[in-house]
Write a protein that binds this ligand. Structure first.
Ligand code: BG6
Length: 488
């Protein structure tokens, strides 16, 4: 769909996000469609339009755009206004109005905050004071994660936002919601009745959500040491995945209906006690063949820091569908391999005809793996009869791969920006959703929990196995057995 002509204001435009993601995405989305976007970058760096355009040209050239056409596009569509750190956005507002007049635009504006979270409140107040949000057309505010650092700060930030913007003008980004495979969760669940009719406590034994990163914290030590894994990953990305897996079918496929259902899941989650967490921090190790220095050696990390880089959490959802089914959430930096996956383990047969051993029944449960990255797709493990032996049973995967079926997958940012331009809030986090999510995890920020060391390149502290149900001693994702089943 061709978006309405608009001005796209990026506050914090000299950061990496603008050149790496925003300019290429706008170029692809709008220029190719013959649409009209005028990007106005604003930041404290004092520079002119030409300097900003040069950055834009480099950004586009890196994505394969021909340099001559990148230069001509940048000359027509990129502008820059320096702004003071403490606010005072009047010159920015006047420039936006001027561009709208010059190009005969109707006054539609996107205001994108590409800033460190601590700068959000002052920037939103400055936008309001300069009247940037008051154009004659539509206005949409886009805010990056993290939205607040606990329940109190998230509420305050929502108040600041709502002083200047209505909720239906606000687009809180969680880039996981822009991933094609995450969006596919809804399609998978609500078009395939085969699975949906088994998607409950009667058929499912447990659900594991793993976001394992092989990379460490790298150059983000200063930010990460004050954030930690619960703020950085659990409260946002992992909880978003949890809501999509656990929600009821919405009455319609629209932003209100879907987000209402997600909020209901969050409200049904039982408060999470300290015993439900296992935290860890990576030390020196070897990741995928290369030596990695431990977290505490990174620049920006405090001496002897106890900030966790790994968390495993057991969560219970007190509703009719999920009562008694553990949801096991797990994420960490410096782990053995990069994989984001949801593993749904089905119950075993009530009577044991196969897999018998002298004192009972062992064996495998059917597991459905929904792999978000990097091998996007799904895999359903089922038992089949092996030829030969009368009762020899083997577990084999039924496998679907996104890349085999569809080739390249679009970038999450491109998808989300396209939605902002179309005014579709479905994949953005609503105010009540962000607060409900913080309500769940804010207590943990105050718990005095041990932070277990683990060597980089492993699957995190062994203590996390204690969170698994009594009849399972290993996580479905990441252990050797699982890799063997899927032929990796
Ligand atoms: C970000 C976190 O939001 O998501 C990072 O701040 C993390 O710490 C990243 O590495 C993970 O995103 P992806 O898309 O690489 O899985």
């Amino acid at each position: 769909m061709k978006p309405d002509p608009h001005v796209f204001v990026v506050i914090g435009a000299t950061g990496d996000l603008t050149s790496r993601k925003l300019i290429p995405a706008l170029h692809t989305l709008v220029a190719h469609d013959d649409g009209e976007t005028y990007v106005v970058g604003a930041a404290t760096t004092v520079q002119d339009d030409a300097a900003f355009r040069a950055t834009g040209v480099e950004a586009l050239a890196r994505t394969g755009v021909d340099r001559a056409s990148a230069e001509s596009w940048a000359a027509d569509h990129l502008y820059y206004v320096p702004v003071p750190a403490e606010g005072g956005y009047d010159p920015l507002a006047r420039r936006v109005e001027q561009i709208e007049r010059d190009h005969g635009l109707a006054g539609n504006r996107v205001i994108y905050l590409a800033l460190p979270p601590a700068a959000f409140p002052a920037a939103i107040a400055a936008v309001g004071a300069a009247g940037l949000q008051g154009g004659p057309g539509w206005t949409r505010l886009v805010v990056e994660k993290p939205f607040g650092s606990d329940l109190g700060s998230a509420r305050l930030l929502n108040e600041v936002v709502h002083a200047h913007f209505a909720e239906d003008e606000v687009y809180r980004i969680d880039h996981y919601l822009g991933k094609e495979t995450v969006r596919n969760l809804l399609v998978f669940r609500f078009t395939n009745t085969l699975f949906e009719s088994s998607w409950n406590r009667d058929r499912i034994e447990r659900v594991e959500i793993t976001v394992a990163e092989s990379l460490g914290v790298g150059r983000r030590g200063r930010y990460y040491d004050s954030a930690g894994v619960i703020r950085d990953m659990i409260q946002s990305h992992i909880t978003q995945l949890l809501t999509l897996v656990a929600m009821e079918a919405p009455p319609a496929f629209d932003a209100t209906a879907i987000r209402d259902e997600k909020v209901k899941v969050l409200r049904s989650i039982r408060s999470i006690p300290a015993e439900a967490y296992v935290l860890g921090q990576y030390g020196d190790g070897v990741v995928e063949g290369s030596a990695v220095r431990g977290y505490r050696t990174l620049p920006g990390v405090a001496d002897g820091s106890s900030t966790p880089t790994y968390a495993a959490v057991r969560v219970w959802i007190d509703n009719w569908r999920w009562q008694g089914v553990p949801f096991l959430l797990r994420t960490g930096k410096g782990l053995a391999r990069r994989v984001t996956e949801i593993a749904v383990t089905f119950r075993r047969p009530p009577v044991c005809l196969y897999h018998r051993v002298p004192d009972g029944c062992v064996g495998h449960s059917d597991v459905l793996y929904l792999t978000i990255q990097p091998d996007e797709g799904f895999s359903l493990e089922i038992d089949v009869k092996e030829p030969g032996d009368i009762d020899a049973v083997r577990t084999i995967p039924l496998h679907f791969s996104y890349s085999e079926a569809f080739g390249d997958i679009p970038d999450a940012y491109e998808t989300l920006i396209a939605d902002v331009l179309e005014g579709d809030q479905t994949l953005f986090v609503r105010a009540d959703e962000v607060e409900e999510s913080w309500r769940l995890y804010t207590p943990a920020l105050g718990y005095e929990l041990p932070v277990h060391p683990y060597p980089a390149g492993t699957w995190g502290p062994d203590q996390s196995a204690a969170l698994l149900a009594a009849d399972s001693d290993r996580w479905a994702t990441g252990d050797d057995g699982e890799d063997a089943h899927r032929g990796r």
